[in-house]
Design a protein around this ligand. Sequence first.
Ligand SMILES: Cc1ncc(COP(=O)(O)O)c(C=O)c1O
Length: 390
Amino acid sequence: MKLFDVYPLQDVVIEKGEGCYVWDDKGQKYLDFYGGHAVISIGHSHPYWKKFITDQLDKIAFYSNSVKLPVQQKLAETFGRVSGKNDYQLFLINSGAEANENALKLASFHTGRKKIVSFSKSFHGRTSLAVAVTDNPKLRARVNENENIISLPFNDREKFEKVMKEQGNEIAAVIIEAIQGVGGIRVADSGFLKLIRNLCDVHGTVMIADEVQCGYGRTGKFFASDHAGVDADIYSMAKGIGNGFPLAAIAIHPKIKAKYSMLGTTFGGNPLACAAAIAVLEVMENEKLMKNAEETGNYLLEKLSQNHVIKNVRGKGLMIGFDVPGEIKDLRKNLLFKHHIFTGSASPDVVRLLPPLCISKEQADVLLNAIQLETSPLKQKEIEKLSVGK
Ligand SMILES: Cc1ncc(COP(=O)(O)O)c(C=O)c1O
């Protein structure tokens, strides 16, 4: 049987991981500035995380949401403490798309409305409503078409104000990434996030912060929207929450009331996934990983901005993007195959850095030196000579 061929793959077989490194099947070590797409938060195969999962496995791996599962309650308490959202309610699912699907559905239950505002270049996942609010028509099948979605330009206050003035009372939710990931590391202005909060309050609309990629400590604060001093009504989370163990969650403001059966899932919140997520939060606290994300992120942002070949260095903490001009279009490939450093991309000319939150300044220097080598004037001359010779 063949795998359904939907992923363009790098020609690398990864067999092992530890901390910020992974190894391929030939024993080659790589520095991981991609974190398996922002998923590895506390580092590959963290011993505390492994022990927590193994201890849980020795007790019970799975039981359904039809009985009391104390490990879920422990996760909710730990989450409330680390995130600072103690008064919110936690609902557990399995993926980022599912988190947004439930957040949007809940907003509609809560308001009794069906319109949703989303923004250009957004990515919210591939389930039906999540893909309908994602700004990429290529990802939508006919069955996902939805006339209730109002798509507005990102960071455009005037257009947003106009729509809220005219239709605010029909809009169930506004969904936004405080830093767009797939969209190319585009940071929402603090003023824009505050305006959304304000107009959602005026019109009784639910503000959903999609923190699947930008949240969970990656930017140095628990949520990327915390930088703007804004509290969303629902936060969606996935990726870093389990350090690779599949789990996702929404944190729900206390004004939104639960009713039996309004949401539900078989696998969401299973004991093994909860154990993984508790270990992640405890390691984040004990190893002060949010502080590290802020400090190492600032260091990277500052040093990358001094490079005159790469352009538009942007982001916050350990969620960084920059543009790659045509002359060094093979930068990512060279970083991977010559320097053995994994990075991410958002489009062919945008590099995304999404390393584990434990990445050190020394490891940052390894990446910076490799980029420096690939973009040095000497290298540029070599490239120019090559292209003239062609
Ligand atoms: C901001 C954002 N939301 C939602 C998703 C979807 O998450 P998942 O792939 O776990 O469904 C992603 C995935 O990249 C994302 O970046």
